[in-house]
Ligand binder design. Structure first.
Ligand SMILES: [Zn+2]
Length: 414
């Protein structure tokens, strides 16, 4: 039986007895009040590019790769997904192809609160015009204008915003928050503020992630490593820890960061297994969101994004526009600590674990994170030796220990 001694969301400290033994009372993981509203598919003929189901997305991706959208056809908004919470929200507007857009704000009037709008050039939408959200974004409205579709967010107050485009499937992501990004400034004593952390086990449900030659699935390794690290981070470090998924379930990439933003996390760690066509490839790598410098990183990003390499490269080349410099610096620092501490954790027990280093690429799951964020490729599931290690409790525990030690070092200001 597992003991979750994680503090509940909003609680001050995690539970442990005076003797340092885990409190035997199982407590649930913290919950984040994130309302993912059922998506509103427009009643129109459109490529199946926006179903919430990843299988459909994968199919749409394949379709997008083999049959580019007709550039003369009007841009159709096919769906508007909403992830709302008290302090932050993410609105994802799916379109049939890339389009120009403008972002603006409107001040409160006598009858309306402050609003944020995104005008999508040449777009049309046949779905519902008023979509309730709740929290910081009260509702999303759409209206037609001269040669554009206006998507309006009715806000509770003025917000910090970030709007960006992601290809395959094409979509405009609108992130808003009550608070500025959490840049992990170091305090006078050198410590970093680290009260809340999100672990993001990659894949899940019908998406197994990469599968090793012996049949081991990435989604199971990622979840187990997260399940080993989370109670240690909560109990030993006293940090509230949220998992983006706690079981074998599918969570969309867009929803994962929305959860971390809603939780107001100070650090986001996405956990994955690497894979390569070459069974010789092996080692531990950490990635931060940044312009990609090499083909290997772009390949990894394409695989984790469920996109073509062209789309990953396209997003990589534009990624600076969604980066906050202070947060990016902290991400890089944490990635360095994660590499160092995970190698220190496994190397005494396992021969030849390669330091794949800290790399940069355009990962969707890190895009829009309002806190330092790292994607951790724990080892290569496509390498027979590493697959068999990943299948063992001991190796997984050592990886989890490496994560915990990196979090501790990061908080200490190293
Ligand atoms: Zn993965």
């Amino acid at each position: 039986m597992r003991f979750w001694t994680l503090a509940l969301l909003g609680a001050v400290a995690c539970k442990s007895t005076a003797a340092g033994q885990p409190d035997p009372t199982p407590a649930p993981f913290p919950r984040v009040e994130l309302v993912a509203t059922p998506s509103d598919a427009a009643q129109i003929e459109a490529p199946p590019s926006s179903d919430v189901d990843a299988g459909a997305r994968a199919a749409a991706t394949a379709a997008a790769v083999t049959a580019p959208a007709d550039p003369r056809a009007p841009v159709m908004v096919t769906q508007i997904e909403r992830y709302g919470s008290k302090d932050s929200a993410r609105i994802v507007v799916f379109v049939t192809r890339q389009a120009e857009y403008d972002v603006g704000e409107l001040d409160a009037t006598a009858t309306l609160g402050p609003r944020l709008y995104v005008d999508i050039a040449g777009a049309q939408y046949a779905g519902r015009r008023n979509l309730d959200v709740g929290g910081i974004v009260q509702r999303v409205r759409t209206g037609d204008g001269e040669g554009r579709l206006r998507v309006v967010l009715d806000l509770q107050q003025k917000v910090y915003k970030r709007v960006f485009y992601l290809p395959e499937p094409p979509r405009v992501v609108i992130d808003v928050s009550r608070h500025p990004p959490r840049s992990a400034w170091q305090r006078g004593d050198g410590e970093r503020e680290l009260r809340r952390l999100v672990l993001d086990p990659g894949h899940g449900g019908h998406d197994p992630g990469a599968i090793g030659g012996a049949g081991l699935e990435e989604k199971d390794v990622a979840l187990d490593v997260a399940h080993r690290a989370a109670p240690l981070i909560a109990r030993e470090l006293g940090i509230d820890t949220l998992l983006t998924r706690d079981g074998d379930e599918f969570v969309a990439l867009d929803e994962r960061v929305a959860k971390a933003n809603a939780f107001a996390a100070d650090l986001f760690i996405s956990i994955h297994c690497n894979a390569s066509e070459s069974p010789q490839s092996h080692g531990v790598m950490s990635f931060v969101l940044d312009v990609s410098a090499d083909a290997t990183s772009e390949r990894v990003a394409a695989r984790e994004n469920f996109t073509s390499r062209a789309a990953a490269a396209d997003f990589s080349s534009n990624v600076r526009s969604v980066l906050d410099a202070h947060t990016a610096r902290s991400s890089l620092r944490f990635a360095q600590l994660l590499q160092r501490s995970s190698l220190a954790s496994v190397s005494p027990f396992y021969r030849g674990v390669q330091d794949g280093g800290v790399r940069r690429a355009g990962f969707y799951v890190l895009a829009g994170a309002r806190m330092p964020a790292v994607l951790f490729e724990v080892s290569f599931i496509s390498n027979p030796t590493e697959e068999s290690r990943l299948d063992s409790d001991h190796y997984r525990q050592k990886l989890a220990d490496g994560i915990v030690n990196a979090v501790r070092a990061y908080r200490e200001g190293k």
